[in-house]
Design a protein around this ligand. Structure first.
Ligand SMILES: [Ca+2]
Ligand SMILES: [Ca+2]
Length: 253
């Protein structure tokens, strides 16, 4: 192998390692410079309120509430709710409610899901939620985003296409699998802008992976994905101007 190539691959591996980083739950995980990932896990005592230590609870009226959600690669499980389960504002009532969650088909390794917000949004947070008593609880995905304006933009890249090469930006890698055998519970992930905004985007691409391939049931039960818009910034203040000079004497009082 040529030294340059070897060095380049070495660098790539180092970047991947840094990006994946900590794998323990309830950790702050490194992401891109623009975003930071917070993971919470309710290992026991979880309720339908999806209340977490730090990650905000899901909401119904977020910026993704009317988004178009599409599976661009992979198959929906026949027992799952529709792909729209991720933005319907509804939550499962207990830890094993297939019809109230979106998940990729059994015996597959995952797939790709695109959320089209239908307009460009300044995004403060992207929050994902899941709940299952076993290995379908943790979340493993890479998040990409796009404003759709790149000349090379492909809104539906298949698994063999790196989204970065077709107009997408890699935002974060998420892996909430805890160490140890007990993987179940309720998980909340918040990907937030380091300085208020992750960026201005219309499309979000989730490249989801099964948490394990030891049996057919490793695809995560995704209960909801919220997109929280950054507060609208106040309009820039108008610079105060000077009145046009007047001629003549001041008005008489
Ligand atoms: Ca929602
Ligand atoms: Ca839902």
């Amino acid at each position: 192998m040529r030294p340059f190539l070897a060095a380049a691959i070495g660098l790539l591996l180092a970047v991947v390692a840094a990006d994946v980083g900590l794998q323990s739950a309830s950790a702050i995980q490194p992401a891109t410079q623009a975003a930071v990932v917070t993971v919470d896990r309710n290992a026991s005592g979880a309720t339908r309120a999806f209340k977490f230590a730090r990650v905000p609870s899901p909401v119904a009226d977020d910026a993704a509430a009317k988004a178009k959600v599409t599976l661009i690669d992979g198959e929906l499980d026949g027992q799952a709710g529709a792909v729209g389960s991720v933005n319907d504002g509804l939550l499962p009532r207990d830890e094993d409610e297939p019809g109230a969650n979106f998940f990729f088909n059994a015996a597959t390794a995952g797939g790709r899901l695109v959320i089209d917000l239908t307009r460009r949004v300044s995004i403060a947070q992207i929050n994902s939620y899941s709940w299952h008593p076993n290995t379908r609880g943790p979340q493993v995905y890479v998040l990409f985003a796009s404003d759709g304006t790149d000349a090379k933009f492909n809104a539906a890249p298949k698994a063999d296409v790196d989204p970065v090469t077709v107009g997408w930006v890699r935002i974060a890698a998420v892996d909430t699998r805890p160490s140890g055998e007990d993987q179940g519970g309720q998980y909340g992930v918040s990907i937030a802008g380091r300085s208020g905004s992750v960026g201005q985007f219309r499309y979000l691409l989730f490249e989801c992976s099964a948490t394990e391939l030891q049996d057919d049931y490793g695809n995560t039960f995704y209960s909801e994905i919220d997109v929280i818009a950054a507060p609208a910034s106040a309009p820039a203040p108008r610079v105060i101007g000077l009145a046009a000079p007047t001629s003549g004497r001041p008005a008489r009082r």
